[in-house]
Every structure is written in C-alpha cells, then in structure tokens.
Write a protein that binds this ligand. Structure first.
Ligand code: ADP
Ligand code: MG
Ligand code: MG
Length: 245
C-alpha cells in the first residue's frame, strides 16, 4: 500500500474554505510535488499531515492503516518529517548538535558528544551532503543550513518527508545541492512531498504533481510530459499564453 493516503480532506477557517475534498496518495520512493498559487491550500494540507491542524472531514492512512495524527510529536513518532521554509535551527550550535536537536530532549541530553558527531557524519554521508559536522551552523551558507534542516528531519528515519518551499531563498545553483539530497532520499524509498513555486524545478524533480486551486484539487498526474505553461494554466484556471507565450 501507499506510504500515505489522504482521502477527502476538507478544512475551513473562519470565513474561508481552505481545502475541499482533497485526495493525496504518495508512494514510497516517489517525489510528489504540490503546486498552486499563494493561498491555494498547500501548507494547510501539510499542516494536517503534520498534526498541526485536524481536518474537518477526511481520513489519513499511513502504510495502509487509518491513522489519527493527534499532534506534531505524534506525527514525528509516526515517521512524518517536516521541513518548513523557515529555518528552525540554532546558529550558535554545530551542525551535529543541530541535527541531534530533532530528537526528543531526553535523548539529546544523554547523547555523548562523540556519539552525536558520529551520528551526524553517518546522516550527512547517507545524504551525500559534503559538510563538516563540527562547523558552527551560523558560519554556513543559507543553502547549507537548509540541508542541515533536512538532515535533522532525515535523522529520525521518517517514511515520509515534506519539504515546504525549501528553495525559496536559494539561487538556482544553490538549489542543485538540495536536489541531490532529495534524490538520495528518494533512492532510499522515502515518500517525498515537495512544495514549490518554481515550476521548472518541479518538472525536473517530481514524479507526480498535484495542482491545488482555491482549496480544490484540480489535477494529479505524472510530471512526465507536463510543461510549465500547462501547469500555470491549471494553477490559475485560465490560459496565460497571451502573457507567457
Ligand atoms: P498556500 O500554502 O497554498 O499558500 P495556505 O494553506 O497557507 O495556502 O492557505 C490557504 C487559505 O487558508 C488561505 O486563504 C489562507 O489565508 C487561509 N489560512 C491558512 N491558515 C489559516 C489560519 N490559521 N487561520 C485562518 N486562515 C488560514
Ligand atoms: Mg502561502
Ligand atoms: Mg504555503
């Protein structure tokens, strides 16, 4: 069965229907992109998966088993790793210490320095990320810090990882290092949900794409053969070839 099935998900906030009857199925070893204009409901869908919000309607199955995700800690325990666009790291700590921060505080407390370093080396190697674990986080570039954020989620051995606009503050060149890490995780069979505004990047990286518009699921299809122009048309609901020929 699929790593993740979200079925018939609806969610309203006062005065706004943020999601209406959305289905999302993601297989192990798949990069599944979610695209849509600002306000389309992408982050809300992921916050439901992460246990931040409860859906008004709908069900979630993890590995074929119906699951209620009661909160963010519960989501983590169930193997859901979240990487938000905003970095959630401590600049004064080392790379290794930041990776260990993803663990529960008690485990962090008893981990010895050497163990912590060894674990970070293993995680960074598994991700093919070239980085010194004893470097102070704040001395790294933003793209390296973003990779540490991913490594922190990956260190918990999740079966699903959500990346919410991970490249929004990166240059095209910087983003390439991040894509390498994403592809490594896919090879390992992790189900990856990838949210991005950058459509060429989505077409390059994703196996399938789901398009949301005004909280509704407009399309889910293989990215192969899809063009950026077609995706824009699905996202905004009209043909923009007069604007972007
Ligand atoms: P996206 O991530 O695609 O930009 P969001 O999921 O953040 O979209 O938002 C979808 C809609 O829900 C937007 O209209 C947004 O203003 C609204 N929304 C999101 N979170 C909240 C909230 N906590 N309270 C009220 N409205 C919200
Ligand atoms: Mg938004
Ligand atoms: Mg968002």
């Amino acid at each position: 069965s699929a790593a993740l099935e979200m079925r018939g998900i609806s969610k309203s906030f006062p005065g706004i229907r943020a999601l209406s009857d959305v289905d999302l199925v993601v297989e192990s070893g798949e990069v599944h992109a979610i695209v849509g204009e600002n306000g389309a409901g992408k982050s809300t869908l992921m916050k439901i998966l992460a246990g931040v919000y409860q859906p008004d309607e709908g069900t979630i199955l993890l590995g074929g088993e119906e699951t209620r995700i009661s909160g963010q800690l519960d989501a983590r325990r169930r193997g859901i790793g979240m990487v938000y666009q905003e970095l959630n790291l401590v600049p004064d700590l080392t790379v290794a210490e930041n990776i260990a921060l993803g663990r529960t505080p008690s485990r962090f407390g008893i981990l010895q320095r050497r163990r912590l370093h060894e674990e970070a080396v293993a995680v960074l190697e598994a991700l093919d990320a070239r980085m010194d674990p004893s470097a102070i986080l704040g001395s790294l570039t933003v793209s390296q810090q973003q990779i540490v954020e991913i490594a922190k989620a990956y260190a918990l051995r999740p079966s699903i990882i959500v990346l919410d606009e991970p490249t929004s503050s990166l240059s095209e060149h910087e983003a390439q290092a991040l894509f390498r890490v994403v592809r490594r995780m896919r090879e390992e069979g992790i189900a990856i949900i990838y949210i991005s505004h950058r459509l060429r990047e989505v077409l390059d990286l994703a196996d399938r794409v789901t398009v949301l518009r005004d909280g509704r699921q407009i399309e889910t299809r293989e990215s192969k053969g899809l063009t950026a122009g077609e995706m824009i048309r699905l996202m905004v609901g009209r043909d923009l070839t007069d604007v972007f020929p």
